[in-house]
Write a protein that binds this ligand. Sequence first.
Ligand code: NAI
Ligand code: MG
Length: 358
Amino acid sequence: SVRKTYRIASIPGDGIGVEVTEQAIRVLKRLEQLLGTFTLDFHNYDWSSERYQKTGEYIPAGGLESLKNHDAIFFGAVGSPDVADHISLWGLILPIRKMLGQYVNVRPIRVLPGLSSPLKNCNTEDLDWVMIRENSEGEYAGQGGITHEKTEYAIANDIAVFTRRGIERTMRFAFETAASRPRKHLTMVTKSNAQRYGMVLWDNVFNELAPQYPEVKTDKMLVDAMTVRMVLNPPSLDTIVATNLHGDILSDLAAALAGSIGVAPSSNLNPTRRFPSMFEPIHGSAPDIAGRGVANPVGTFWCAAEMLAWLGEAKASQSLMEAVECVCAGGIKTKDVQGTANTLEVTEAVIRMLEMDL
Ligand code: NAI
Ligand code: MG
């Protein structure tokens, strides 16, 4: 059979983003050698806060166009104490998500073997969720402004934008995800008691679509009550669909409940495959631990597995995830998940596990 080559743009970004992507690429290159069935052709982009401070730009002219010429994007994290967070987010990650049509953000989470939830009696089989976050509009649509800035009369607004098409395409993806999972259960999150227009449109589209997926059981939650249910009754949830803001917040909570923000992956998908999708851990650049070599690389390894699956390399994806789970189960873990290993030791353990298995 023909050996496939995938062109991957890697954007390590800032802080621990650089540390974890470097190790994940090492793991991927070893996996490529061991399997011998595909080639990963990485192109590194130095788009970072350092670059912004030198040149005034995160993404140089023509940069987004050049990303389109890839099969996937592998992203670390962006953010620096020296640059305001709204500048870094809007300078790098949000333009990529928006301009490449990555309209769903898929965030699987579960309690990996060997890791423990801060919740009592919450084991691997009790917390196994996929959160589908709308990734193109809502509260992060980018509309708004400020008038009378820096005076006591300052007026600021961010307009939450919800479109029927934006909601429907995300919900269809969520129904299909739920249908593909054993429990076939979808929970939709809104705040449609307080927000009477956009959130009610979410409710209405959900009610219209549900009969088209009769195999999927559904329920609805208000976001405040959802935080309680996630903490008190994790086994009652399976697939979750939420707006951009709610999905952002709930997925950090989900990661913490599964043991650490450092283990959670996310896929910014363009389900039409017209442009490449982007894979990134959900955490940020973690300036508090950056440069010390102690960041948990597991979330980024899980992202790598998600990327391989999206590219159609199911066996490679599964082998990688199994190796990561074996290493966690064996207790080779970073401090955020009650271990003593550093980033490099976890990485090398995963590589050794792959070498033994393949
Ligand atoms: P953060 O996720 O960077 O860190 C939150 C806490 O979790 C910190 O105590 C950190 O040490 C810990 N942590 C995060 N990832 C870890 C890992 N892999 N291993 C061990 N511990 C880990 O969020 P924070 O502090 O709110 O933001 C820091 C910067 O990152 C900001 O500039 C922010 O804007 C940016 N950010 C970027 C994101 C992205 O690139 N997609 C997402 C979230 C934040
Ligand atoms: Mg977030």
